[in-house]
Design a protein around this ligand. Structure first.
Ligand code: GLN
Length: 204
């Protein structure tokens, strides 16, 4: 097989824990680039949308004139991975959205913001992730996936506690989203999973 250049994984760096995603990509030897302006998008093959605050990310993306360009690249098939607020940004629909809040969309799912409630704003929970196995899910004011349309693969659910059964990781085609933050742990398997998706893009 002919060798192809390693894809460049962009990390949306408007707000949130983008540095941790860059560190995770570096740790697995993937090429990465910060994405802050529309021009930055041209040199990336994929995009990670980090955790943070989706309302702030939406506003900053709009101000930076990034909202439409990112939305369009995703709609055109660029692989993307969203964690927590990033999952919200990739969802087609939000429950408990802020007034006027918009998302890049792409994943035909409905996501509930701040779904786990106040008393469990931040917690760690073992997750059984399809094809990967057990891993520690770090949840911080996390959303869950309220519902998915046909064709969306459910990759992980909460396995204990009051939120048992709730969907916390999904994939459809080139898009991957988790309610939790793999970038905040030392476990790199989900980043590896996404980079493998980027290598396989187009062949799905
Ligand atoms: N609650 C945040 C939001 O609505 C997400 C929190 C996170 O990314 N840790 O965007």
């Amino acid at each position: 097989m002919a060798t192809t250049a390693d894809p460049v994984i962009g990390v949306l760096a408007l707000q949130g824990d983008f540095r941790e995603h860059v560190a995770a990509l570096k740790a697995i030897g993937a090429r990465s680039a910060l994405v802050r302006r529309p021009d930055d998008l041209q040199s990336v093959d994929a995009l990670i949308v980090p955790g943070g605050e989706s309302t702030t990310m939406w506003k900053l993306a709009t101000t930076a004139e990034m909202f439409e360009p990112v939305r369009k690249r995703i709609a055109d098939g660029m692989p993307a991975f969203g964690t927590c607020a990033g999952m919200i940004m990739l969802a087609d629909r939000i429950t408990d959205a802020a007034a006027g809040q918009q998302t890049f969309g792409g994943l035909p799912i409905t996501v509930r913001r701040n779904a786990f409630g106040r008393q469990t704003e931040s917690f760690e929970e073992p997750i059984a992730f399809d094809g990967i196995g057990e891993l520690a899910g770090v949840f911080i004011r996390a959303p869950w996936v309220e519902s998915v349309e046909d064709g969306v693969e459910v990759l992980a659910r909460v396995t204990s506690g009051p939120a048992i059964g709730r969907i916390v990781a999904v994939r459809q085609g080139n898009l991957l989203a988790t309610s939790f933050h793999p970038e905040l742990t030392a476990d790199r398997r989900i980043h590896e999973f996404f980079v493998a998706m980027v290598h396989d893009r187009g062949s799905a």
